[in-house]
Design a protein around this ligand. Structure first.
Ligand code: SAH
Length: 343
C-alpha cells in the first residue's frame, strides 16, 4: 500500500526525505509543487530528478479519493459525489455553487456511530475514521474539479458523512494541511465544522481558539424530543451542551451556529419555537432552520413551508438571529449519507 502524500505534514515529509538522504530544500520544492502548484503527478515534477520522481511515484498516493458517481441537481447548483477510497470504502461529498460562492461539504468518517434517527449515514453505522490525507484529499479533489469550470473554492464545511469530533486529531491535521500558509493557505474562517455535540471535544476545540467556525446540530428544544432523534443526547444533554457552547462563544468571541432540521409534528410547533428562543436568548449564535430531507429508514417528513415560516417568525421576534436554509440538493438526495444509501 502506498502512503497518502496528504497524510504527511511538512516535518514528516522532511524526515522521510532525510531518510532517503535527499537535501533539505527538496522538501520545500515538493511542498510548493504539490500545495502551491497543485501538481499531483510526480512524473510532471519537472524540477525534480527523474529517479526521485520515480521513487515518489512508487511511495506516495496523490489521489486518495476517486470519483465513482456524480449526480447533478436539476438547477445545476449542486453536485453530489460518491467517492471511492483506496481500500474500496465509499464516502460522499457535495459541491454547491451559489453566485460567487462555491462551497464543498466533505466527509470525516466512513459511516457514523451517532445513529441519529433521521440521518441516512447514522442508519448505516460506523465503518472507520478517514485519515487526515483523505479529508484534505477531498478538498484537493474538488479544487481540481473546479479548475475545469474556472471556479475557485470559497467555503468548506465538514458536514458530510461522519462526526468530525469523533475523529478530532485527523480532522485538525487535515485542516492544518489545507490551511498551511506555506502551502494551500485556505483560511480557517472559510471552514465550518459541524458536530452533533460531543462536549469534551467542544471544550478541546474552545481551548484551541481556532478561527474555524463551529456549528452544532441541535434539532430540538427539549431533552425529551432530542433523545428521540439523537441518541448521544442521553450522554450530553441540552443544558450541558449549551453550557459548553456558551463557554465557547465567551472564550473565543466567535458566533456559534445551531442547525435545526424541521421535522413535521415533532419539533416544529409554535410552543417549541418559544422554548428554543428562551434557550438561546442572549447567546452569540445563529440558527439555521432547514426542512428535514426524508430518508428511507425514518418515517417522518420535513415541515411545511408554513410551519417553518411561523417558527422563524417567533425566533426572529425574540431577537434570535435566524435564517431559513433551502434544501438545494433534495432532488439528488444530498442529505447526509443519502447517495450512498441509494447506491
Ligand atoms: N455529525 C455532524 C456532521 C454531519 S451531518 C453533525 O451531526 O453535525 C451534517 C448536518 O446534516 C447535521 O446538522 C445533521 O443533523 C444534518 N442532517 C443529517 N441528516 C439529515 C436529513 N435527513 N435532513 C436534514 N438534515 C440532516
Amino acid at each position: 500500500m502506498k502512503t497518502c502524500f496528504f497524510d504527511l505534514n511538512y516535518e514528516e515529509l522532511l524526515s522521510i526525505l532525510k531518510e532517503w538522504q535527499e537535501p533539505e530544500y527538496r522538501a520545500k520544492q515538493l511542498w510548493n509543487l504539490v500545495y502551491r502548484n497543485l501538481n499531483f503527478v510526480p512524473q510532471n515534477f519537472s524540477n525534480i530528478p527523474k529517479d526521485l520522481r520515480e521513487k515518489l511515484d512508487e511511495t506516495f498516493e496523490f489521489q486518495p479519493v476517486k470519483i465513482i458517481r456524480n449526480v447533478s441537481s436539476s438547477n445545476q447548483q449542486a453536485n453530489k459525489y460518491l467517492l471511492g477510497l483506496t481500500d474500496g470504502k465509499k464516502i460522499e461529498a457535495v459541491l454547491m455553487r451559489y453566485r460567487e460562492r462555491t462551497t464543498i461539504c466533505i466527509s470525516t468518517q466512513v459511516g457514523c456511530a451517532m445513529n441519529c434517527a433521521f440521518c441516512a449515514t447514522g442508519q448505516m453505522g460506523f465503518t472507520r475514521n478517514l485519515t487526515s490525507g483523505e479529508i484534505a484529499g477531498q478538498v484537493f479533489f474538488f479544487v481540481k474539479e473546479l479548475e475545469k469550470e474556472e471556479r475557485k473554492l470559497t467555503n468548506l464545511v465538514l458536514m458530510g458523512m461522519g462526526e468530525p469530533f469523533h475523529n478530532y486529531a485527523n480532522v485538525m491535521k487535515g485542516i492544518d494541511l489545507i490551511n498551511d500558509p506555506e502551502g494551500f493557505n485556505f483560511g480557517e474562517r472559510r471552514i465550518t465544522i459541524s458536530t452533533v455535540g460531543i462536549i469534551p471535544m467542544i471544550e478541546k476545540f474552545t481551548k484551541a481558539k481556532r478561527q474555524i467556525n463551529l456549528a452544532v446540530s441541535l434539532h430540538a428544544p427539549t431533552n425529551t424530543i432530542r433523545n428521540q432523534i439523537i441518541p448521544i443526547n442521553k450522554k450530553y444533554p441540552i443544558e450541558d451542551l449549551l453550557a459548553a457552547c456558551k463557554a465557547y462563544t465567551d472564550y473565543t468571541g466567535r458566533r456559534i451556529t445551531f442547525e435545526y432540521a424541521m421535522i413535521s409534528g415533532l419539533n416544529d410547533s409554535i410552543e417549541q419555537a418559544v422554548q428554543l428562543s428562551k434557550l438561546l436568548r442572549g447567546m452569540l449564535c445563529h440558527v439555521n432552520l432547514i426542512s428535514l430531507n426524508p430518508t428511507r429508514k425514518y418515517d417522518r417528513t420535513g415541515s411545511s413551508r408554513e410551519s417553518i415560516n411561523n417558527f422563524y417568525s417567533i425566533l426572529d421576534k425574540a431577537g434570535i438571529p435566524c435564517s431559513i436554509r433551502l434544501n438545494r440538493g433534495v432532488d439528488i438526495g444530498a442529505g447526509c449519507g443519502q447517495l450512498l444509501a441509494q447506491a
